[in-house]
Design a protein around this ligand. Structure first.
Ligand code: NIG
Ligand code: FE
Length: 419
């Protein structure tokens, strides 16, 4: 067979092809890989995986000598708020004065400020802005992403955000999971009646399902936002309507969202900084993935990080994400998140690579298409300016991407998206 592209001399080729759909507990220390590997594809589909010597004699239109560089699957970012209007640099001074995130929200800023900008933005503006951020995510090595709504907080504007995600799915080669986060905050109009607001958002479930606008439903379960009882009721309705569910759980105050996520069999429980010790133990006996977002802890300027070690030591599955959003984590740089995971979450380099590939894919039900390199799968592949996998979590603040291939085509080079 004549291949389109063949990469040879990949110093370490991380296939991440575990026997199981994701890596839990001790399995997160395993890094399925080929030393001095080679990978080739045809029509965007991986057709060869092996060592460089096994690749000798293969015919390919293009042969790239990776000269010992690290090669991995395209990374998966399982938690972003990709579609929004405006930005929030006007809140820097409040942040520096130490005004807490939830206090800014209570005063009508924070998420509310982005809701106003998103409601006022046209579909085209939102689409163009999301496309810009999507390209930047790709430039850091991400080829699969989850995108949430949640800055409309009324029917029309929530649907507008979800339609933007649908169009991105149709028009780009990015693998995208879509999440309806209508329950992201209590809009000012419903300040005294959150239950009525949740009812209104749940009335959208059927339309979202019919139009295939989202696969997941998420809620911000937090003090001053939605209670455990409200979250439970809302997500049970979502499940009845055929959605998989997720929770922004125990991000700031320990309410028990982590336990609720596991009780509901959620695809993931996200954040978990304030999760109790008993709650983190539950991941060991559950398939719910703990999606940790250390960039948010960093940017909210907090001292304590999510208990990654306890979750992994207890047998749970951890994924990492940017939480890209205009308030608590304005960054598309998943590599910086990997640095933070090394330094602040005390995750090993092996665990970190599992967390941004197979486990992240499982958290958004993309484990059958993303997160590992395997013959027959799409050629979403990253070549890194690094000679080993430890180097990326180690050297911080820069973009290590050499080349990103999506469906076998070069889409980013030298850390920049190719227009
Ligand atoms: O994941 N906590 C709720 N949602 C986002 C922040 C959204 C925002 O501040 O705009 C988060 O941290
Ligand atoms: Fe979030």
């Amino acid at each position: 067979m004549q291949l389109d592209t063949l990469l040879i001399n990949c110093g370490q080729l991380l296939t991440m092809d575990h026997d199981s759909p994701h890596a839990k507990g001790e399995q997160m220390s395993n890094l399925p890989h080929i030393q001095d590997g080679a990978i080739g594809w045809k029509d965007g589909i991986i057709a060869f995986l092996g060592t460089s010597s096994e690749a000798e004699g293969l015919e390919s239109s293009k042969v790239i000598d990776c000269q010992g560089m690290l090669v991995t699957p395209g990374l998966v970012d399982p938690h972003t708020h990709l579609v929004f209007g405006g930005s929030r640099e006007h809140e820097i001074a409040l942040k520096q004065q130490g005004v807490p995130y939830l206090e800014i929200l209570k005063q009508g800023g924070g998420i509310h400020s982005t809701v106003e900008a998103t409601r006022n933005a046209s579909f085209e503006d939102l689409y163009d802005k999301a496309t810009f951020h999507l390209k930047r995510l790709i430039s850091y090595g991400i080829t699969t992403v989850e995108a949430k709504s949640g800055y409309g907080l009324e029917k029309h504007a929530e649907l507008k955000q979800l339609e933007v995600v649908k169009k991105l799915k149709e028009n780009t080669s990015m693998e995208i999971a879509s999440t309806f986060l209508g329950a992201h905050a209590i809009p000012k109009e419903y300040k005294d009646n959150p239950d009525e607001f949740l009812l209104e958002m749940s009335e959208l479930f059927q339309e979202i399902k019919e139009k295939k606008l989202a696969e997941f439903v998420d809620i911000f379960c937090e003090e001053g936002v939605f209670t455990i009882e409200q979250s439970k009721r809302f997500l049970e309705l979502a499940k009845e309507a055929g959605f998989s569910v997720k929770i922004h759980a125990d991000e700031i105050v320990s309410l028990g969202g982590t336990e609720l996520a596991i009780e509901l069999g959620a695809a993931s429980a996200d954040h978990l900084i304030a999760a109790s010790e008993q709650a983190v133990e539950l991941f060991g006996t559950s398939d719910t993935v703990a999606v940790l977002l250390p960039g948010t802890t960093f940017y909210l300027n907090k001292d304590s990080y999510a208990k990654a070690r306890e979750i992994i030591n207890g047998g749970g599955s951890v994924a990492l994400a940017t939480d890209f959003n205009p308030g608590s984590s304005p960054t598309e740089n998943i590599q910086f998140i990997m640095n933070l995971a090394m330094l602040k979450l005390k995750m090993t380099c092996e665990e970190i690579w599992n967390a941004v590939t197979v486990n992240a894919a499982k958290a958004i039900h993309k484990d059958d298409v993303s997160g590992r390199l395997k013959v027959g799968r799409k050629a979403d592949v990253v070549v890194w300016n690094a000679l080993n996998y430890q180097y990326v979590p180690y050297h911080y603040g820069v973009n290590h991407v050499h080349t990103v291939f999506q469906n076998g085509l070069e889409v980013a080079k030298g850390g920049a998206y190719l227009e």
